[in-house]
Ligand binder design. Structure first.
Ligand code: SIN
Length: 329
């Protein structure tokens, strides 16, 4: 880490968490048979030419395949972000991350930090050892976003496109441009080192500070499961989860997200079980399993809906609500 910086220099902190961007394959032509989370973040920055006046500082927070993301790593990541964001010389933060749960980490950080500086998650679809890796350009673009005055909130940069943490979703298994913001569209593009801004940056939510404090001090997190409604769905899993709760198990379910069909509808057997669970104190939320659109509320719905949040983001929102005591389970 650099000891001192010039007075006109802006610092961008690059936090490494692993992912394909830090992946290594045994043969250079192999874009899928690699191990994620192998190359350190300082080494990833070796090939990055920072914009004028920007000093990059690297810190390794984790080194994982993001399919294995844990609440403990999220907690550490949020604390490191809060630490660096409070430093006056820090313009913003870049986080290198796997693509698979990137939208969850982005939404979690936006919910607990609601930052007035940029926190920019970036990634790659090809490992660092590929013949033409996409990681270096994504990191360079992310640094541009993180060091641009006036940018705020948690965003994702991939393939030259900047997405808001609220809207971003991984939509492709292989394409380099693997993310989409659905109906909302991207926030900006990065073109040859310049930002073309299309709409407002993610705004802080009023409850972020309280949520951060509860999250930072939590020794355990409320258990919230996701179940999908589908043809022939049944209520047996919901009933089994509720039985565990009746037995008083410490890690029993507190919340349930139902990945509902279309405009928030549920198979009648699953709905009946969800109503039984809600009557026993489980916090139940419906989120649509459609990749675009939002649930438009209808009269007389007994199970509340998550609006435009995807099931994985609705789960995070519900966990944080339960943790903040805004909702009793
Ligand atoms: C991961 O999510 O860590 C592996 C997959 C990827 O980064 O594309």
């Amino acid at each position: 880490m650099a000891e001192s910086i010039g007075k006109d220099e802006r610092r961008v902190i690059v936090l490494g968490t692993g992912g394909t961007i830090a992946g290594r394959a045994s043969t250079a032509g192999d874009n899928i048979g690699y191990k994620a989370g192998e190359v350190g973040v300082a080494e990833l920055l070796g090939s990055i030419d920072a914009p004028d006046g920007v000093l990059l500082l690297a810190e390794q927070v984790a080194q994982i395949d993001s399919k294995d993301m844990s609440l403990a790593i999220w907690q550490t990541l949020a604390l490191r972000c809060a630490h660096w964001l409070a430093e006056p010389g820090v313009a913003g933060i870049v986080i290198t991350h796997g693509t698979d749960t990137l939208e969850e980490t982005a939404f979690f950080l936006q919910s607990v930090l609601g930052p007035s500086k940029p926190v920019v998650l970036t990634c790659a679809m090809r490992p660092s050892t590929a013949l033409a890796p996409d990681g270096p350009q994504n990191v360079r673009d992310a640094v541009v976003v993180a060091s641009t005055p006036g940018v705020q909130g948690v965003v994702v940069v991939c393939a030259g496109t900047v997405h808001s943490a609220f809207d971003v979703q991984k939509v492709h298994t292989y394409r380099l441009d693997a993310f989409d913001s659905g109906d909302a569209g991207p926030v900006a593009y990065v073109e040859e080192g310049a930002l073309r801004v299309l709409r407002n940056w993610p705004a802080p939510t009023g409850s972020a500070r309280l949520t951060f404090e509860r999250m930072a001090g939590a020794e355990s997190w409320p258990r919230v499961e996701i179940l999908v409604s589908h043809a022939e769905a049944r209520g047996a899993i919901v009933d089994a989860l509720v039985r565990e709760r009746r037995l008083g198990r410490a890690d029993a379910i507190q919340g349930l997200v139902l990945a509902a069909t279309g405009n928030g509808t549920l198979h009648h057997a699953l709905e009946a079980a969800a109503l039984r669970a809600q009557a026993e104190g489980v916090a139940v939320v419906r989120a649509t399993r459609c990749s675009q659109g939002r649930i438009l509320p209808r009269e007389r719905e007994v199970l509340r809906d998550a609006g435009a949040l995807t099931p994985v983001k609705a789960r995070i929102a519900l966990m944080l609500e339960l943790l903040s005591g805004e909702r009793s389970a």
